[in-house]
Design a protein around this ligand. Structure first.
Ligand SMILES: NC(=O)c1ccc[n+]([C@@H]2O[C@H](COP(=O)([O-])OP(=O)(O)OC[C@H]3O[C@@H](n4cnc5c(N)ncnc54)[C@H](OP(=O)(O)O)[C@@H]3O)[C@@H](O)[C@H]2O)c1
Length: 275
């Protein structure tokens, strides 16, 4: 039995917007009976929390930091300095803050929230369906207990990848944080092709979306994309013709540029967060 299941800690949230709400929902579903407390400043989100999330108790910072050892930071990155000033009086070294703030570096977080332990995570939107990919990074100041807890909590909304450095977090931000949008663009192109070639919208969407899901499942069985491509493409066939056009249009170079630009932006944001 893991630490979480044994200890039943109270989980805290600061910010209960899109991601905070999705993650709290997954944790509530996986660990029924755990107390979840949240501080949310937006009146509309407070109302949503009250009406849709009866399992969450709205609290003030003083109670949150008194009751919770593990607290998710789920505010916008640009709100982090304001937040740090507000919560500084409550922070102790046994608090573990889990930041999901895109582009706020580990170093900035440790400086802003000293003396709390910091774990940086990068979830993605499929976390809403417990199908997320979440990168996790922390340094050696994080206790074994906090580490175990964070991993278990994040597993409730999908796969967890423990990373070796904050730099790896910038790569994961591009690949799996932004990644869903790149796959959606690909599906959108499929749908537009289907419709412009004569399919109705519903059929085109079903074909494109289920092809992507099916291909994803095939990759889970055999995670080698080159082998999977070989199995679909027969010599001189339709797939081969399409793949040759992808080569001709330098598709691999384009995707490399797309991911690299997204990664560069994550690095830029991390540097800006240090200013
Ligand atoms: N969406 C994604 O795909 C994704 C993926 C990975 C990570 N993330 C990260 O997740 C974080 C949250 O994103 P989101 O889309 O959930 O944002 P969001 O919907 O705007 O939610 C943030 C909420 O926090 C509230 N808030 C701000 N400052 C607060 C404070 N001091 N105390 C209490 N509540 C406060 C905000 O209220 P106001 O509206 O009044 O400011 C807002 O309701 C971001 O840092 C983002 O980088 C997002």
């Amino acid at each position: 039995m893991g630490l979480l299941l044994k200890d039943k800690p109270t989980i805290g949230f600061i910010g209960f917007g899109q991601m905070g709400g999705a993650i709290a929902h997954a944790i509530h579903g996986a660990f029924d009976g755990y107390a979840i407390l949240a501080v949310e400043s937006n009146p509309a989100r407070q109302e949503w929390m009250r009406s849709e999330c009866s399992y969450v108790r709205p609290v003030a910072f003083s109670e949150l930091f008194e009751q919770c050892h593990v607290i998710f930071l789920a505010i916008k990155p640009q709100q982090v300095s304001d937040l740090a000033q507000k919560v500084l009086p409550y922070l102790q070294s046994n608090h573990c803050l889990i930041s999901m703030l895109a582009g706020v570096s580990y170093l900035s977080l440790t400086e802003l929230f000293n003396p709390a332990q910091i774990v940086r995570i990068m979830p993605n939107t499929p976390a809403k369906l417990a199908k997320g990919v979440t990168g996790i990074y922390h340094d050696s100041n994080v206790s074994e207990q906090s580490k175990g807890l964070v991993i278990e909590l994040c597993q409730s909304f999908g796969r967890v990848l423990v990373l070796d450095s904050d730099h790896d977090m910038d790569i994961i931000t591009a690949m799996s944080g932004s990644g869903p949008a790149f796959f959606y663009r690909m599906v959108d192109a499929f749908v537009r092709f289907g419709v412009s070639s004569g399919l109705d919208d519903r059929v085109a969407k079903e074909a494109a979306i289920n092809t992507m899901i099916g291909a994803g499942h095939m990759l889970l069985n055999d995670p080698n994309p080159q082998d999977q491509i070989q199995r679909v493409a027969s010599p001189n066939g339709t797939t081969q013709a399409g793949l040759e056009m992808m080569d001709h249009q330098e598709f691999d170079t384009l995707m490399e540029k797309v991911l690299h630009r997204s990664y560069e932006r994550a690095v830029e944001l991390s540097k800006e967060s240090l200013c």
